[in-house]
Write a protein of this length. Sequence first.
Length: 181
Amino acid sequence: MLGTSIHKKTITGLLLLSVLSILIWIMPAMIGFDASVSLRLLAIVLLSIYIILAFEIVHRTVIVLIAATIAIIIGITTGLFQADQSFEFAIHSVDFNTIGLLLGMMIIVIILAETGIFQYVGIKMCKASKGNMWKLLIMMSVFTAVTSMFIDNVTTILLMIPITISIFKTFRMSPIPFILA
């Protein structure tokens, strides 16, 4: 039964990808927009990433690496950018300060998770809300807003998602609606 649903999901995702890829290829000409071949191909690659991620056809790390490689190959073969100049441009375009900050915060979040701080904060919020989901949502929103005043938004998200997951493991519910809220 599980294999059948995975198979249906894969077939549905690939059919959707095929139909939308054809539309991306023919629609610009139909509406009078002059899109280059490289632009169309890169749009199809981007669309492929979203569909394959949404339908979970392939693991997200694998699809992103494959898509990045394909995008680079398309860019070089269609002349969108020169291979010898592109590497230097790419290196200068990367903000290593941001990458360092995110890497450091991920390490801090892992260490904090091992100490149990996320479970502690989650239990305190659950007790304070007395099981009322609306109160819990407001408390988490206020906590997120206050935290975001002192540290940047990405770091706040890295801190709040483990707390949210911890809280909803207690309730045995999906944390996705609260993460999206």
